[in-house]
Ligand binder design. Sequence first.
Ligand code: C2G
Length: 764
Amino acid sequence: MRFSIITPCKIRDRKKIPLLLTNLEDQNFNDVEWIIAYETDNTAKIPKITSKAILTRPLAIPNATTGMALNTAVEHASGDYLIFLDADDLLFPNTLSLVSDLLKEKDRALIDLSVYPTYEPASTILHEIAKDSSFLPKFGGVTFEPGIQSSQATLAQNFKNIQASSSVQLNIFKASKRLTNFYDQLYITGKIIKRTLLVQSHEKFNQTNPLDYSNLLMISLGQKLDSFVQLSSPHYIKIRHNDPINDPSLSQSSDSQKWFFMIQNWIDTLQGLHSAIWKDKYIKQCLTYLTTYLCTTLADPEILGAQLKPILNLLRDWLSVLEPKYLKETKLTTRRILQAILQGKDEVAIRRSKILKLLRQINRFRQPGHRSFSSISRLCYQYIFTKLPVKKQVIFYESFLGRNISDSPKYIYEYLQKNYPNKFKSVWVFNPEFMNKPKKAPHTVFVRRFGLRYMYYLAISRYQVINMRQPKWFKKRKGSTFLATWHGTPLKHLVFDMENVASANPLYKQVFYHQSRQWDYLISPNQYSSDIFEHAFMYPKQQMLPTGYPRNDILQAPNKIERAKIIKKKLGIPQDKKVILYAPTWRDNDYFEVGKYKFTLKLDIAQLKVELSKDYVLILRTHYFIANQLDTSEFGDFVYNESTYDDIAELYLVSDILITDYSSVFFDYAILKRPILFYVYDYEEYADVLRGFYLDMQKDLPGPLLKTSDEVLNAIKHLDLTQKKYADRYHKFSARFNAWEDGHATERVVNKVFSKSLKNKKIK
Ligand code: C2G
């Protein structure tokens, strides 16, 4: 028995092919012919592909749509069964042998391999399934909910829930059962079809519709078969796209494209439907989709742009052939929109959609979980505050989501307060969960995050100075300026440089993209960061401010020794004691629940205390994501837990040595030219993450990588030696990362961003 695997592939997706090749070669079934149907233009060359294990047949199909590519591939296929896979799909290692056994038992015309959808990176999946080729998963497709943590550990756990291959069965549905949600089953990928069925029926993929090319074909085949057969556990791994900006899946294409071709497809499909029961079901499913989504899209008609009219015309064509009973079955609010479209009153339809959107929002807020004060504030933001004029001299500041007054926003604020007193009204965000409301300051108001005043000032401020991302629903106002300060030189791959972002919202990249388009300026601390931000954020270099970080000016201040003394006094640290600052980062596999990370102290502080407390104290500073307050009371006055201290730069200033791990803090600390030790006790465990670093930890860092507390202690005891050994590297490191940090970054940022307002009149 031979399988012809058919993969349509746009030329830009060709880099995905090697992973699927490895996956197919790993199958314990070899009578496979793999037809890769490249949709090329006339000039593009298709890549060579060789394999000892399977027969590979790349085809170039010039100027093809996916439908054309598939039709050509079917004509070339010689296998008994055709299996359709996209370039970024994967199979489990024994899927083909299992299916061949099942087919030998009883011939089937069409089998659904049953989908396992995931946002995990393809390489991680391959790694996991290569570990044990004898298993079959039986955990059901995991649909990823935004915000829910998924990690390699959970994936491995899923894969551990393996059943022996004998337990996989075929679920056989009669036509009527199959009709439940059959719209989802119209995709060709993950299906096995008997070749003769396709050839003899003369069914073809739609060659003109680039989005829905298989629906009509699947419906036609479905009407011919009296049952629908599906594997009882998932065997077809669908890697969901989470980069809708650079690599959109078909369903993630722009709204205007999607709606146009979808409705076109509804029209075509309706013509091909003969069975009354199928027709009824199909119309109802389309109407549900339409009333759920299109009315929301119509409320913002700019989204559809020039396609608005053609889409509404198509929709009118489709609605006009439906029997009136279908419209009558829809809810009154949506029915009135559809009726307006049907009558050619497009403006009325849009107006009614806007009202429906508002009604839906209000309705959501009436539900128990949503009836919070911040939901009401948000409604006020959307419908009232953003309609008020922008106020010229108001600056809105937020640092680390309102956890403290710190980082570059703080230094920009202080600089403006000092040099341009009375020019601006400043608004600082604070989150009462993490900090108390700060003391009064001139021309400054403090607003609770997501409260009513927060919403008001966010809407009317002329400037926003924020060091992380703004809320998704933030509306950029005309006449306002957004200064993104960001919060560190990147070490770990960021956004578009990451493969799939399994631990974040699946739409993370898209959301990030839209948020960063609202940034008028992005501060860059060094050339290295500018180069990275350009690809990782897809952010234009001409909008970056190559100034260095305002937060680091303090580290070059002429009076930094005196300032350090004052801060030491404030912290209660004896002036004659030297200070070790231990500032590790967070670990994404160590958390209590979503967004609440924990930290387990692995540094042997008791030992450090015994050996070092005569000369040193230790400041412990955990990352702002860490939710657990570590109890350090047993170490007495040796340890100062400053995890909630607002500004880490002040802690840098008082410390003599920094111990960190994978945190970006060392890029800033190096400005002080003081010793840095890297306590990376989980280096091996971190290996997967390390592969996603921009730097080579072994070669590029300005200090030693230490894996045990003993090694840390030893390095501190022989600090001179350690420093000597790393002097050369430290020198190179400073030149590469600290060249712009001359103590005047804030001044440069202010002159560039606020110049227009600096000449304005004083505020009252
Ligand atoms: N930070 C801190 N205390 C720590 C760790 C970090 O105050 N123990 C602050 C520092 O200002 C640091 C910033 O938080 O520069 C970012 O912390 P990282 O540990 O580098 O991690 P992350 O928040 O993931 O940001 O481009 C930078 C990256 O986005 C990293």
